[in-house]
Design a protein around this ligand. Sequence first.
Ligand code: NAP
Ligand code: ZN
Length: 383
Amino acid sequence: MKLNYLMPTRLLMGENCLLGQRLFLARLGKKACVITGKHSAKANGAYDDVVEALEANGQGHVLYDGVMNNPTDTCVFEAGKLAKSEGCDFMLAIGGGSPMDAAKAAAVLAVNDISKEEMFNLQFTAALPIAAVPTTAGTGSEVTQYSVLVDTTGPDGKTPHPGGPAKRSMGSPLLFPRCAFLDAQYMKNLSRNITVHTALDALSHAVEGFLCLRANGISDMLAKESIALMGDCFDPLLTFPGSPSEVSPEIREKLLLASTLAGMAIAQSGTAVPHSMGYQFTLNWGTDHGRANGLLMKPFLTLCLNRERADPSIKPRIPALIKALGMDLERFFDIIERLLGTRERAAEAELAEWGALPMKNAANTYIQPTQAEIAALFRAAVG
Ligand code: NAP
Ligand code: ZN
């Protein structure tokens, strides 16, 4: 058996862990560049806790709170410039995947005088250390080496990106956060839609991670545990209360841990074809990342099952997935449909265009879907 496993992030989980474990921040340097979105970090108390922890450690900070959903190349260059000009020693991201991914790219740009293409081509050898405080339970970015950005400009970094904005990702061991503070209390007021969509993202990471050629025994173990935890959350997600704060703290914690474990799985395995496909929904319709993956779950698993049955050379993975889910696919699909509600529908021209696009993660998907199958998946999901 061959194995190559790296997960260098220290996980600190529990209520008030930021303040209780603040000394792990003290090791990262004298001054932090705190990266957040526009509102939520201040509203949910995480920013106040970070400031209190930094002050108690005798550390300074500067705030960059300009990260939008699906952060752009322009945004990360701006944040990197600020971190550099302010002489920051480390990045501290508070928020969902968007601020965490922006902080990772800015950590690179703060210490490398490189162009956007050089950044995406991993032409760097250093990055500032990163700490992460996830406030959504979905991306697992707090434990991955990936940063996913929207490239809005051409190779010169100025003119518009040819053919419209594109989602591009980079992966480098330098982007693993040094430490992650997992405190579910920051998610107390996370709305039904963001809670469900981010949960679908975590679930997609676990399910897709399981169906990747790069999966290994450790990523499978993490994915299965994540799926089991998520299984306990389906009912509470389906019966989401009128006020988000009525979701029990135990369920919020389970969702958070499930998301982090799924992130640890994809840090090893990568993701399968739905993740590349879902970017089209996000770029063209603004669909939440997790929902985009959720829309593809049923068509993708159905295709996997059919291919396994038709082709004896494919090593079956679906039976083990069903076992991890603890339910048959029919029941699982019913839960996914109820969580999604009404599906978005694409125009014929969109389906034709997307179905012809090469999908980066197809090669890492255990069934190696053909282009025709990818086109059929788009049609089944949103046709
Ligand atoms: P997000 O884009 O980070 O945040 C979505 C919305 O949730 C924002 O409006 C944000 O508000 C709000 N929000 C965040 N925390 C909140 C809280 N505790 N209470 C209330 N509102 C809150 O969403 P995400 O789904 O977590 O991240 C998606 C991004 O991550 C995408 O760009 C995706 O491609 C990427 N991703 C990365 C990885 C990876 O491994 N790096 C994996 C999967 C996905 P504010 O803007 O005010 O904060
Ligand atoms: Zn994802």
